[in-house]
Design a protein around this ligand. Structure first.
Ligand code: 4H7
Length: 247
């Protein structure tokens, strides 16, 4: 998948995209991340990309011209790409949105900074706005990194072949069970015995129960839309009873 990111701060992205799983995905050619600096597209004498807002007020607004020209140049290469603006007014990024975006051949991500982008540029060259959550950032760059990371996990081969993005938190609507590694005894704190038993059916059942317990405790709202078997529902009832008898 090709992801082309339009930004006035391309230097922000280096270590995020060259490290760990995203770095490996890029090295393997599963992910082709291109950074387009908007500034060289400015036709201003000093390559300015922002200007004062009409109507007054604090801060600066990104000018339409450099963005429209940068978008035209990038779109010429990727005519079928979905063009996404990262901003707080957008549709919320969820697992389902990320899975859907991962089916695209290419994406173009526009990062706004300062007070945002001249509305006319957005009207002309953006297909949709996506928000990574209900909070404010100083720019869209971190949001673009979050979206890229979240989408990349759904590209076949990006996670090791043994890992599936569908087995993790939120894909069946539940939180994850706790994990342990060596040593078995950490200053008297031991690993749950069942994980050392080698009994895979028992381990699976324990992990499922822990997922249900964590979700019930920390995010009970998720249970309304979680995918639950009859066994799961039985376990939940048990956990709920235990919980209410303790309190
Ligand atoms: C686009 C439009 C994304 C980008 C407006 C970006 C939160 C998110 C930004 C803004 C972002 C998110 C303009 C909003 C200045 C804040 C004070 C950059 N914030 N800004 N305002 N949730 N900020 O995805």
């Amino acid at each position: 998948m090709i992801i082309n990111i339009l930004t006035i701060f391309p230097e922000m992205f280096g270590s995020v995209f060259s490290s760990s799983i995203l770095g490996r995905a890029c090295a393997q050619g599963l992910l082709d991340i291109r950074l387009t600096d908007i500034r060289p597209f400015s036709t201003c004498k000093h390559k300015n990309t922002d200007d004062y807002p009409f109507g007054g007020g604090a801060g600066m607004v990104m000018m339409a011209q450099p963005i429209l020209d940068a978008m035209a140049a990038v779109s010429a290469d990727l005519p079928d790409a979905r063009r996404i603006y990262l901003g707080p007014r957008g549709r919320k990024l969820t697992t389902a949105v990320a899975r859907d975006l991962s089916a695209e051949k290419s994406l173009i991500l526009l990062c706004g900074h300062y007070e945002g982008v001249d509305q006319r540029a957005l009207d002309a060259c953006v297909d949709e706005e996506i928000s990574i959550g209900d909070y404010i950032l100083t720019g869209g760059e971190l949001a673009a990194m979050v979206l890229t990371d979240c989408v990349a996990r759904f590209i076949p081969g990006v996670l090791g072949s043994a890992d599936s993005p569908e087995e993790e938190s939120f894909s069946d609507g539940l939180l994850e069970y706790p994990q342990y590694t060596r040593p078995r005894d950490l200053n008297g704190k031991t690993v749950p015995e069942v994980l050392l038993s080698g009994d895979h059916a028992k381990i699976r059942a324990w992990r499922r129960r822990e997922s249900l317990a964590a979700t019930l405790r920390f995010r009970p709202d998720l249970l309304k839309s979680a995918i639950l078997s009859v066994d799961d529902q039985k376990t939940l009832k048990e956990l709920e009873n235990k919980c209410s008898s303790e309190s």
